[in-house]
Design a protein. Structure first.
Length: 304
């Protein structure tokens, strides 16, 4: 089965910028649903993403592509893998923010672009130059400092970085378009999501949904907050070189870091500060390398 929406390999930057800006503001949205258990909220997040995707699929008349993906065992296996990866990412991130570990989440998404670079090299055959290897080494050293002073957030940082990097890699190589792929992922996750919600509804405290109109609206908004940036990211992943895709992601963890420092008023541990400094230095080198190679990339994408 060929890719159903032949998107060009240019023009992904606006989509990436939009996705990462929304994700950078996500901790502020989670404040509205902080009384909802993280696992239950992930269940509602999945369920409310399904109708958002189906409405857009109907508008874009891509129902045939969704049906084709659902009836292809090979594509279903790939999308099942991407569904598991994004569910792990969601649950880890929501737990981190609601449990007051915002810096661990921020570090995970700072690290993710450099994991993208490594995966692009190891899996897609993209080559790294000396500056890029230096950036990767600096980031690795920064993460290592967490072993000596912030071990409780290390698993959050690594889980977020690797789960989302692997998700992006799977989505980039999957023979299915951005919106149909996201729709299939949501449908695959809807059954376990229903099970989670049913379990919480059967507990003495009951489900969080239905307790107040304001909370219900905030929970339902998760469909927009989830579907829109993921769709934008999926489009960007198919249109940009994978080792360069994560560059604009620095917007999101920077916003999360500032929100953690100001809105959440969280103390910054010395090991976390050392890790941030190492990764910021790596980002500076990585950005410098991208700038130096910019004329060649612009020349490469000029219409013939």
């Amino acid at each position: 089965m060929s890719a159903p929406d032949p998107e060009p390999q240019t023009g992904g930057l606006p989509y990436a910028l939009g996705a990462y800006t929304i994700w950078g503001l996500l901790p502020l949205y989670l404040l509205l649903v902080q009384t909802v258990p993280a696992v239950e909220f992930v269940g509602w997040r999945i369920l409310w993403t399904v109708p958002v995707c189906l409405i857009v699929v109907a508008f874009r008349r891509q129902g045939a592509e969704v049906r084709a993906a659902l009836t292809s065992p090979a594509i279903l296996r790939t999308m099942l893998l991407s569904s598991v990866l994004i569910a792990i990412n969601w649950l880890t991130y929501i737990y981190a923010v609601l449990d007051g570990k915002v810096y661990g989440a921020s570090l995970g998404y700072y690290l993710n672009p450099l994991v993208n670079v490594l995966l692009g090299t190891l899996v897609l055959g993209e080559r790294l130059n000396a500056r890029q290897w230096t950036a990767v080494a600096l980031a690795g050293g920064g993460v290592a400092t967490l072993l000596f002073g912030a071990l409780d957030t290390l698993w959050i940082t690594l889980t977020l970085a690797f789960s989302f990097a692997l998700y992006g890699l799977v989505r980039k190589t999957a023979p299915v378009g951005a919106l149909p792929g996201l729709t299939v992922e949501s449908l695959l996750l809807s059954l376990p999501a229903l099970g989670v919600i049913a379990w919480y509804a059967a507990t003495p405290q009951g489900s969080a949904f239905g307790q107040s109109l304001g909370l219900d609206l905030a929970i339902a908004f998760a469909g927009i907050v989830t579907g829109v940036p993921l769709l934008m990211f999926a489009v960007a992943a198919r249109r940009m070189a994978y080792s360069l895709l994560g560059f604009v992601q620095f917007i999101a963890p920077t916003m999360v870091f500032v929100i953690g420092l100001t809105v959440f008023d969280q103390p910054l541990e010395p090991a976390q500060l050392a890790c941030f400094c190492a990764i910021w230095a790596a980002i500076a080198i990585f950005s410098w390398d991208l700038w130096l190679r910019r004329p060649r990339r612009e020349k490469a994408v000029q219409p013939q």
